[in-house]
Design a protein around this ligand. Sequence first.
Ligand SMILES: Cc1cc2nc3c(=O)[nH]c(=O)nc-3n(C[C@H](O)[C@H](O)[C@H](O)COP(=O)(O)O)c2cc1C
Length: 437
Amino acid sequence: MPIDPASRRQFLAFLAASPLAAAAGIDRDWLARLGSSTADDDAVLGAAESMSYRAAGTHAVLQPPLIANASDALDVFDFEGVAKQNIPVAHWGYLMTGTDDDGTIAANRAGFDRYTLKPRRLVDVSTIDASVSFYGTRYASPIVVNPLGSQKGFHKDGEIAVAKAAKAKDHLMVLSTVATTSIEDTIAARGGPVWFQLYHQSDWSITKQMVKRAERAGAPAIAFTVDLLGGSNRETMIREARKDTRDCIKCHLGGAPLPGVSGRVDDRDNRRKPNLVGYEKLPPQLEKGTPTWEFVDRLKQSTSMKVWLKGIVTQEDAALAVEHGVDGLFVSNHGGRAENSRRATIVSLPDVVQGTGGRIPVICDGGFRRGTDVFKAIALGATAAGIGRPYIWGLGAFGQEGVEAVLAILRKEFELTMKQSGTPTLKQISARHIAPA
Ligand SMILES: Cc1cc2nc3c(=O)[nH]c(=O)nc-3n(C[C@H](O)[C@H](O)[C@H](O)COP(=O)(O)O)c2cc1C
């Protein structure tokens, strides 16, 4: 539906006054000028809107035209509007929420603008190798399909579609504890190793059984998520859930999330969470307090899988992780859903890499939407980069085909950046290929 120029101008004026524009690195004076102009030039106003929306990389106040097919997409944002149309509003809120005012989501995106590219010329880039290897398996690209809960809430095929896309495009996939598909079925659909993300349970005997189950299923590594141990305040999720008129009790015990309740799926609500059920009723071993480094030691001792921590953002914790024998780190703020730190993960990355002293691999996630973002992370010392929402936009929009298209677009953009930068292999990408903005 065409949007009238007056509403467009109003929106641009609003955006010019909003901190979002600054956080997203958009020239606010330029927006203000457009907002107060009387021009009815649809193309100029539309481009400004689209740019603002894409740069912010978050809630679309106004959407670009929707694509009809996955193959029509030019970038990953093209899937967002279609997914929004298809996904029930409460689930959309769960996907898009950050914490408090969602400022850390914008910060994650804006962080990439702190770095510019310094491309080198006259290097033979006719052959590119973007592959990365973890524990004996080589993947075509360093773009990781990060763990993300409840995927059948976005598309009926959920994690199975994602696993098949990860197989088709040859990516590492990490499955969430609160997935709507079991680790066994996901590994079968992926046709290769899938890592398991771990949310600990209040009873250690259950946590241990979950870990053993992932090990038996063939997961080579677990990623223990440590960035939500104190809880999080997800206002956007609650606001969107209030707009949903469907009967939530059909799927969720207890119905829609209540104000002040994060909506986290716990033991009361595991009917659609196969990784949380089916464990032996052993004498409970209840945790005292929330996990500390002692828990990490226990985890390491309880499994032969590699143990990664997900949610490390400081040099100090990275150094401690190495001391405790951790095998790898995700630099992550849970896609802006943990504390509202307003510190981009790409900004935390160099600290973490320094803390590890290069002794263990690091995957950085949070706001990755472009191949250039991935390039900057590799240049700053990451082994790989993780994506969350973009592949769910693909899933919600077009199922497996959409996920495949998102992965293909990001890979194409990344490889183009490698070629243009004169870095035909990942090893060749260094801090010298970027500079502070
Ligand atoms: C809807 C949603 C659900 C998520 N569920 C999990 C989860 O179950 N376990 C986990 O460790 N991280 C989870 N994450 C965090 C992602 O693994 C990842 O850190 C984040 O999405 C990356 O940011 P991006 O969405 O901006 O790409 C979730 C993120 C979103 C958006």
